[in-house]
Design a binder for this molecule. Sequence first.
Ligand code: COA
Length: 297
Amino acid sequence: MVSEIVDTTDEWITSRTGIKTRYVSTTETLLDLAVEASKKALASAGIESKDLDMIICSTIKGDYVTPSMACLIQRDIEAKCPSFDFNAACSGFVYGLDMADAYIRAGKAETILLVSAEAMTRHIDWTDRATCVLFGDGAGAVVLKKGDGLRSIKITAKGDDKLLVIGSVFSPSPFAKQPQIDPAFRMNGGEVFKFAVSSVIKDVKQVMKEAGVEAKDIAMMVPHQANLRVFQAARDKLGFTDEQIANGIDHYGNTSSASIPLLLDELMEQGRLVKGDLIVLTAFGGGLTTGACVIKL
Ligand code: COA
């Protein structure tokens, strides 16, 4: 119980964020989660790992600085292809879709495994009640191939290290003159909240316009799961009903870039999303980055 660690209550967390439960890795490595998600994605796509042309992994930090998560996923699923990580924080899954689309369109790859793997609970300050109640760990993966499913996509960045930051710890050096940087997650929640709501509204309106679709055409909007209130605040401006907005924050918490693919997997498994549905994805996070897209499944 987190209320035994910091001064908080279930009522406060639920009413301010929508979070009820979340998962914290204890014995598992992040690679364990990523490999399991990758194998599941390959099996459901009916693709063998030897047929992958590329593995891209979005993560704010893998188990190692190097080798990358993607290289170790490649080893563990027995693939043979270029593999690399990138960091676009919570927008990583949408950034990854954009990157994969570019490789496929350029003819440099036909089949790409995109994995989003995040161990956010390693980076939080468990004495800071404003942030330690928000995050969970998880990994999700998709297999991407050439097709016309991606109807529109947009990614943005606005360089900022004031509103949301996680520092690095470096090896001690007799030459270093810089002060040690606080390695824990720090966030100005109120300002990030405002940024999130305005970005979701702006990005989603733009990608829907570019795709030539309206809210009534969309089966579901699957947003990055950061706070239920962000989507309630954006809902009316976008013309969606509550039923059209996917919610996994209650049982996953904020799992950064893994939150969208985790939820997509669950919605497909439950039959709440089916082939042919039009969906909107929208994400925002550290950087500050944002991304949104319209996809026909
Ligand atoms: N339990 C109980 N009280 C808490 C608390 C907790 N876990 N965390 C903060 N509080 C208190 C504060 O100390 C403050 O008390 P005060 O009024 O006496 O000063 C009060 O609750 C309100 O704090 P505030 O920070 O204004 O709450 P909030 O409604 O803005 O909710 C967040 C905080 C973090 C949940 C919210 O700002 C948020 O979700 N922001 C966006 C986060 C986000 O999208 N991040 C994306 C990262 S990818």
